[in-house]
Design a protein around this ligand. Structure first.
Ligand code: NDP
Length: 234
């Protein structure tokens, strides 16, 4: 079954791997991007998820190309790491505005068509940091934990209409987001992971694609860590 799949922040990193995984399975995939344009084989629409107008316009364009969005992967996210005592209002708000409110805006825009069609898949990309917390990431952790409560509420609201809503929580993954970390810090973090290494974006993408697949028809409100075992027990 070919579906219309939208991945926010799908031009690089985990989002790009997710987009490629759906495209390889035969789905009609579009991505949104803020600054980095996607590769030429992936239709992309510029959309800053902090702008309600951008979200509305971009999704209208996606619908014109591929029809109503049947699978939404809300992936766009940022970090603004600082210890609490140095964190500004802006650091906190900007992170929440992209990671949590951005996901709210996109989900709200695509939900009516899914509910009308009585089928659909929404997957939010959270983080194990939302489960465990992390020094210097209180804003990011709050945004990613917030996604869990948000997703589970939507799972209740949409379940009777056949729309599933789940969360995938990656652990340390090899992308631009982690490329800024010092090598020693990465090594220290990998030492705390049962599998002793970072994930590749493709390893996250495979799980996201399963969660959004017809085979995952009885899965909703779930939080699935893909983290080499790092968050066991959380
Ligand atoms: P990257 O920094 O490589 O990519 C982030 C993506 O989000 C980019 O496509 C970026 O677009 C997009 N984005 C950021 N801000 C906005 C915005 N305001 N509007 C629209 N798009 C935006 O990170 P990853 O691929 O690593 O991260 C993807 C997701 O996975 C994020 O939600 C992140 O929090 C999460 N995650 C990542 C982990 C990791 O270790 N890498 C671990 C756990 C979760 P642009 O290129 O245009 O800036």
């Amino acid at each position: 079954m070919t579906r219309s799949v939208l991945v926010t922040g799908g031009a690089r990193g985990i989002g790009l791997a997710v987009a490629r995984a759906f495209a390889a399975a035969g789905d009609k995939v579009t991505v949104t991007y803020r600054t980095t344009a996607p590769p030429p084989d992936l239709p992309g629409y510029r959309c800053d998820v902090t702008s309600p107008d951008d979200v509305s316009r971009a999704i209208t364009e996606v619908e014109a190309l591929h029809g109503p969005v049947e699978v939404l992967i809300a992936n766009a996210g940022v970090t603004r790491d600082k210890l609490l005592l140095r964190m500004t209002e802006d650091d906190f708000d900007a992170t929440l505005d992209t990671n949590l409110r951005g996901a709210f805006r996109v989900a709200k825009r695509v939900a009516p068509a899914m509910l009308k069609a009585r089928r659909g898949r929404i997957v939010f990309i959270s983080s194990t940091v939302g489960l465990r917390g992390e020094q210097g990431q209180s804003n990011y952790a709050a945004s990613k934990a917030g996604l869990i409560g948000f997703a589970r509420s939507l799972a209740w609201e949409f379940g009777k209409r056949g729309v599933t809503v789940n969360v995938v929580a990656p652990g340390l993954t090899d992308t631009d987001m982690t490329a800024v970390l010092p090598e020693q810090r990465i090594a220290d973090m990998c030492a705390q992971i049962p599998l002793q290494r970072m994930a590749t974006p493709e390893e996250i993408a495979d799980v996201v694609r399963f969660v959004a697949s017809p085979q995952a028809s009885y899965l909703t409100g779930a939080v699935i860590p893909v983290d080499g075992g790092a968050s066991m027990g959380h």
